[in-house]
Every structure is written in structure tokens, then in C-alpha cells.
Design a protein. Structure first.
Length: 405
């Protein structure tokens, strides 16, 4: 906005007045209407300031010390018109900003999906006919937060969590995977397991209190996880006959930056380091394949069905009445315009949901003070498991209960 007093003091107003024959012509040079220019002069004089006429600016007439004019009805009307114009311009600016944010989101979604278009891992059907239908098992591991401490007193006694309990729950998770594979082998020919490691396995230093309350640093937590997950994979290999495809994604807690940076998300995630270490450990094991993350989404083809894996922190949820499925379904609708998936699997929200086209994983840590702070409903610690039937798609969803009763 033009400051007439500042222009007057700097001499720029007198310079602009050169060659002007009327005040309206000067106002036009300044990008103002004649009414707006006059209104600003009156406001200056009303405050007791002195403001020269056009002739005085041109040096034709001496400056006069005229008394501040009394505001008139015309002044009030002009003031109202100017305020209305400013309101209209602000509204247009807000609409433009909202449109830019919407377009940026669409571009981000398109970029993430395009990154996943490269080489899509897949599981092909091996047999047709026979007494047992072929199926692949899917076990989802996310939101473990192993080094975060939860004191029972802080959550009304419904949960307790520390490194020792985390170790027990991780053991129960892998034992649960083995149990469910064996259980379903009576009715399905299961030769493959997709182990979806989709982020927030550690808490990190995302919030200030984590510096004080966590029982291990991020690097120490990663060291614990490497051992625990390695032992879990070895248990599955020893106690079942399945081959393992580990689909790896980072969460928002393991980042090394203050904010998530989409273009360098994996490069700045300490969880990525965990996955690389595990991939190297099992590089010579023919029954294990690691699929390292390239972006926020990973697509995996299981028979005729495309599965979209992601952590889920890119979805905004404001504790609405409709729950998390409303913003998630809106996001899925946008992603489908770029790349189709028959099923979306994510974590992040610590709330288990199983729908025909969507699986939202629970958590290993369970109910915490953070959950209590935003009024989340209580949920037992659990992880998701289901089968992909070669003939019928997703089936047999099951909870892997990880809390010791």
C-alpha cells in the first residue's frame, strides 16, 4: 500500500507531481483513484498532519497551514468503499492461495505415484486347480515406537510400555505371523509372505519431551530393531516354508530433519538405514527379498491385485466426527486418478480398520499419553494380517494381538 507521508518526506511525491495538471492526474500516477487519494489526504490532516496541495507540490503556491477538516458524510462513504474494496481483494487473495495449495497437493500426489511406476514387485500365480487354492500372506508391521516409554499412571492404567515390553510384543508379532500362516495352510497353499514394514518403528526425537522420556536414542533404537527383526525373519524361515518379500517404507518419526521433506524423505530417514542393513544381512538368503523405499508409496502386485503401501502421515486428519476413513478415502480417490490400486495398506493412525479396499494398521505401543491428549479411543495393541487369495483377492483378515494378557 502506498504511504503518501513517506513519499512526501522522501521527495518522491513532488517528483511524481511534475507535469500533473490536476490532483486526479497525480492520483492516477500513484495507482489510486481520485477519491482514494483525497480520502488519504483527509486522514493525514485529520490526525493533525500537514499535507500540501498539488500547487504546493509543484512550488507554484506557498504551503499553507490549514486546519484539519471535519470529516463529512462523503468522507465516511469513501472510507466505506475503500474498506469494501480491500475486503474483496483479500477474499480473492485467499481463494488464490487455496487454489495454489490444492494444485501443489495434486502435483505431489502425481509425483509420488509416478515414482512408483518403475519396477513394481510382483507375485505370480504358481498353480491352478488342486485341492487348495493358492494364496499369499500379508503381515503389516508399523507404529511400534519401541524406545518410547508409557507409564501406566499417565494413561489411567490401561497400558504400559518400555523397551522390555517392546521386545516381548515384537516376539509375539512374529510368533503370531508363524501361527496364522500355519493355521491357514489347512485351506490354502501359501508359499509367499509379504512382510510390510511401513514405518514409525521408532519414535525418534519428533517432540521435545522425547529427548527426556525415550529409553534409547534413535540410533540405539535402530540397533535394537535390527536384531529383533532379523531374529523374527529367521524364525519365519525356520518354522514355515514361505518365501518373504519385505516391503519397506519410512514413517514420519524416524526423520533426521525438523519437517518431512518429500523429495528427500528416504535420504533423511534413519529407518531407511535399518532396511538397508537388513537387506545386506539377507542378501545371500534366496528366500528373502527386500524392496527398499523410493518415495511415500510402494506398489506391489500380488497375482491380479495391485496393493498400495504407504505410511499415511501425508493425510491430514483433524479428529473429525466421521473418523479417519473420510480423509483417507478422499486421498485414495485422488491417487486412483494417477495409478489404480485394488487395496491400500497404511499405518500412522494407531487405529485398526479393515475394509474391502483399505487396511489401516494398529500399533505395537498401544494407548499412550499422546493418544489421550487428542481424545483417541482406546485400542488394544495389535497388527494386521490377511491373505490375498489368488482367485478372490483379500480375505481372512486377522488381528495379531501383541499385548500379553
Amino acid at each position: 500500500m502506498i504511504d503518501l507521508e513517506e513519499m512526501l518526506a522522501s521527495g518522491k511525491l513532488a517528483e511524481a507531481a511534475r507535469g500533473c495538471k490536476t490532483q486526479k492526474e497525480l492520483a492516477g500516477k500513484l495507482g489510486l483513484s481520485a477519491d482514494a487519494y483525497e480520502l488519504r489526504i483527509r486522514r493525514i490532516r485529520k490526525r493533525g498532519g500537514k499535507f500540501p496541495t498539488l500547487l504546493e507540490l509543484l512550488g507554484v503556491a506557498p504551503a499553507t497551514s490549514e486546519p484539519a477538516p471535519v470529516p463529512t458524510i462523503d468522507d465516511a462513504l469513501a472510507d466505506r468503499r475503500e474498506r469494501a474494496e480491500l475486503t474483496r481483494l483479500r477474499a480473492q487473495l485467499n481463494e488464490a492461495v487455496a487454489e495454489v495449495e490444492r494444485l501443489r497437493l495434486q502435483h505431489h500426489v502425481a509425483t509420488e505415484a509416478e515414482q512408483a511406476r518403475g519396477s513394481v514387485p510382483h507375485i505370480e500365480r504358481q498353480q491352478r486347480g488342486g485341492l487348495l487354492r493358492e494364496a499369499a500372506a500379508v503381515a503389516v508391521a508399523s507404529d511400534w515406537h519401541i524406545e518410547e516409554r508409557v507409564d501406566a499412571a499417565a494413561v489411567n492404567g490401561v497400558n504400559e510400555f518400555n523397551l522390555d515390553i517392546a521386545r516381548e510384543r515384537v516376539t509375539r508379532f512374529f510368533s503370531g505371523v508363524v501361527y496364522l500362516i500355519r493355521y491357514h495352510e489347512d485351506h490354502f497353499a501359501i508359499s509367499r509372505l509379504v512382510l510390510a514394514l511401513i514405518g514409525d518403528l521408532i519414535t525418534g526425537y519428533l517432540r521435545a519431551e522425547n529427548l527426556e522420556s525415550n529409553e534409547a536414542s534413535p540410533s540405539q533404537a535402530i540397533a535394537h530393531l535390527h536384531v529383533w527383526i532379523s531374529e523374527g525373519i529367521q524364525q519365519i524361515l525356520a518354522e514355515t516354508s514361505v518365501d518373504i518379500d519385505a516391503v519397506c517404507l519410512s514413517g514420519n518419526h524416524g526423520r533426521l530433519t525438523d519437517k518431512v521433506r518429500p523429495s528427500t524423505r528416504e535420504a533423511n530417514s534413519i529407518e531407511w538405514l535399518l532396511y538397508v542393513g537388513l537387506a545386506r544381512e539377507f542378501a545371500n538368503e534366496p528366500r528373502v527379498r527386500f524392496h527398499l523405499p523410493q518415495g511415500q508409496q510402494t506398489y506391489f502386485q500380488i497375482y491380479d491385485w495391485t496393493i498400495r503401501f504407504l505410511h499415511g502421515d501425508g493425510i491430514s486428519y483433524g479428529s473429525g466426527v466421521g473418523g479417519i476413513t473420510i480423509p483417507i478415502n478422499k486421498a485414495i480417490a485422488r491417487w486412483q486418478t494417477v495409478r489404480h490400486a485394488d487395496l491400500t495398506v497404511m499405518g500412522h493412525f494407531h487405529q485398526y480398520h479393515d475394509l474391502p479396499n483399505l487396511v489401516v494398521n494398529g500399533s505395537l505401543i498401544g494407548y499412550s499419553p499422546y493418544s489421550l491428549s487428542f481424545g483417541a479411543g482406546y485400542e488394544e495393541p495389535r497388527q494386521a494380517f490377511f491373505l490375498i487369495d489368488a482367485a478372490r483377492g483379500k480375505t481372512m483378515p486377522a488381528d495379531i494381538w501383541v499385548k500379553q494378557l
